[in-house]
Design a protein around this ligand. Structure first.
Ligand SMILES: Nc1ncnc2c1ncn2[C@@H]1O[C@H](COP(=O)(O)OP(=O)(O)O)[C@@H](O)[C@H]1O
Ligand SMILES: [Mg+2]
Length: 275
């Protein structure tokens, strides 16, 4: 659970100060899918960066699972990020000198996961890129790089996944694949997605609309927890995805499947948490 109170962010340059976020108050529940929308420059990426502890606010507080992250030093912050959070960016941000497999492996390795390599390989398979494991980012297409980035974000089994316009640089077919993967992740983890795309925002439980650095409007898209997931997937990719789903199911069985299933089934109850 993420709790945001009276959050503000200014950027100072010389004598002038620019207020980018003001009076942001927000609670994001466990397993919720929240979309952050608004015009370019409205403060979406700044807000996401603050929620993810990648930036420090000028005012206010952010609490993640009871820990106030706004007061943490960089070491504690990066430890918490590594353990709890995953990130997907519009520009992928893969390490160019590492292979696809190594890129996925690194965050789990940092946590001391002895099976980091196996887990990374399994995730690459899940995103349909087993045959690209030894390729470097420069040898991959945009869609492939984003699928690697998703696998990397998932390798630590984060509780919260942050994504900043993850489909912004992709064609619609690859955008659909990436979005569907994010929705699959959302069965087990909270998803906070920054997007320009109203159709993607409409898939969220709630949409937080920013305007000039303030919350302008909060739109509840799914009211009752009983929500058959809307699919953004086109017919042409559906076959591939049902294969992915089958793989995922058998993978989940193999490792803590019960816990993950319990988390997924708890999803129906979470609407009650929302105000
Ligand atoms: N590091 C920074 N220094 C100065 N201004 C910044 C910085 N980061 C963002 N801004 C400014 O903050 C405003 C909001 O930026 P951003 O959060 O990236 O918007 P969005 O993601 O909604 O397009 C913009 O006017 C941008 O120029
Ligand atoms: Mg942005």
């Amino acid at each position: 659970m993420i709790e945001v109170q009276n959050l503000g962010r200014d950027f100072t340059k010389g004598a002038s100060s620019l207020t980018v976020l003001t009076d942001i108050n927000l609670t994001i529940g466990e397993l919720e899918f929240v979309a952050i929308t608004g015009h370019s420059g409205s403060g979406k990426s700044t807000l996401l960066g603050l929620l993810a502890g990648l930036d420090q606010p000028s005012r206010g507080s952010i609490t993640v699972d009871g820990v106030e992250i706004t007061g943490l030093d960089e070491d504690s912050l990066s430890e918490l990020r590594g353990r709890k959070m995953g990130f997907v960016f519009q520009s992928f941000q893969l390490i160019p000198t590492l292979t696809a497999l190594e890129n996925v492996q690194v965050p789990a390795e940092i946590l001391g996961d002895a099976s980091a390599r196996d887990r990374a390989a399994e995730l690459l398979e899940r995103v349909g890129l087993s045959d690209r494991a030894s390729h470097y980012p420069g040898q991959l297409s945009g869609g492939e790089m984003q699928r690697v980035a998703l696998a990397r974000a998932a390798v630590t089994q984060p509780k919260i996944l942050f994504a900043d316009e993850p489909t912004g640089n992709l064609d619609s077919a690859n955008g659909d694949i990436v979005m569907d993967m994010l929705l699959q992740q959302n069965r087990d983890c909270t998803l906070v997605l920054v997007t320009h795309n109203p159709q993607l925002a409409a898939l969220a439980d709630r949409e937080i609309r920013l305007k000039d650095g303030r919350i302008h409007e909060i739109v509840v898209h799914k009211k009752n927890g009983a929500k058959p997931r809307a699919k953004v997937v086109k017919k042409s990719t559906a076959k591939k995805q049902s294969a992915n789903a089958a793989r995922k199911k058998s993978a989940a069985k193999g490792k803590g499947g019960t816990k993950r299933k319990a988390a997924a089934s708890g999803k129906g109850a979470r609407a009650g948490k929302r105000a």
